[in-house]
Design a protein around this ligand. Sequence first.
Ligand code: PMT
Length: 404
Amino acid sequence: MNVVLGVGGGIAAYKAAELARALQERGFKVQVVMTAAAQEFIKPLTFAALTNQKVITDLFAGRSAEETLSSAVEHIRVAQENRLLVVAPATADLLAKFAHGLANDFLSTLYLAFDGPVILAPAMNTNMWNHPATRNNIRVLSERGHVIVEPDEGLLACGTVGPGRLADPLHIAEIVAQAAARRDDLRGETLLITAGPTQEPLDPVRFISNRSSGKMGYALAEAAAARGARVILVSGPVHLTAPNGVEIIKVRTANEMRAAVVEKLPEATVIVKAAAVADYHLADVPQQKRKKTAARLTLDLEPTPDILAEVGQRKGDRLLVGFAAETENLLEEARRKLVSKNCDMVVANMVGKEGTGFESDENEVILALRTGEAISVPKASKRRIADRILDEALKLRLALHATR
Ligand code: PMT
């Protein structure tokens, strides 16, 4: 597999040579791209000798007009010919450029043109790493689905002790190998994913709903599409843009969500129910706006259809992943839902707690599997959590096929 190794300008640039070697030993063909600053720390010749390939050093530097013209689309060619982009060391400057979409040299231009998995291994001084600007850029890049290989702690070249040292090149190479194995592992699968809240009208202007933003479900859709799956996303009302290449069906109520799921069920091989479906609705919604009076208002609500339970009954050999949003007894509740709704996996998350569950950019979950296993996934971006859920779903699906 062809990968690009982007080398940024930091003292750790020399370790990128070790990484290039480790990648080659794992069977990757490595195209090195160096920033101008990187060339101050290590010469392109080192990488050219190691990879047996010409190193790309800059977009325009030192080129004649003819060469510039013929190389004007080189970043597009490199983006198309390579399946993975790994940047090590990813300096604070590169992280900022990537986060904000600046494109003023070959590596940053390539980054924008590239649509495959991106792995970033930052290295910098501890204060720079801890600076709110860098933290913010890391959050943006992580939410974009990029893998961040956290720097190690230790004595840095600047003399300070703390986080900022480039991770071990062998560790980075291992993460690249894992990402490469993942790249197309869902090809041939059709994922039917639900996301967001539902809104249950009380009259033409009012409704009952909940705090779901849709971020978890959309992250799952994005991750599945990036791994080659066909994705059908049934979404309640949210303020998010559907990920590229995903077929979206917009619904409002639990009944509409049920109808869309039932209609698309025959096409699906895996169903993931991340939506927070309202549990109650008003059966007879008045045509006119309710007038406000001084009297108390009592609403006679009835349960909405339990879509997960219905899919559990009709799923056949499809893989069913439910969610459980709980405020206590997380694993017990997840296991109860796993059995009662005939799921293969239930993703349990705490809600009502700051920083995870509803609305937040991160989540922390326990995966309760039908094998009896329970896997705790520590706090990470919803995009990373999505990949972890898909990893386990895929394993269960392969096991299901093997036993048929
Ligand atoms: O959207 P975000 O802001 O990113 O927040 C993510 C999330 C907290 C909404 C998500 O991670 C989550 O937990 N989704 C499930 C929320 C929920 O409704 O949980 P529940 O325990 O009430 O329902 C259990 C399961 O039954 C869920 O898979 C739900 O989709 C499904 N269900 C529930 C009711 C119903 N009438 N029909 C259903 O299919």
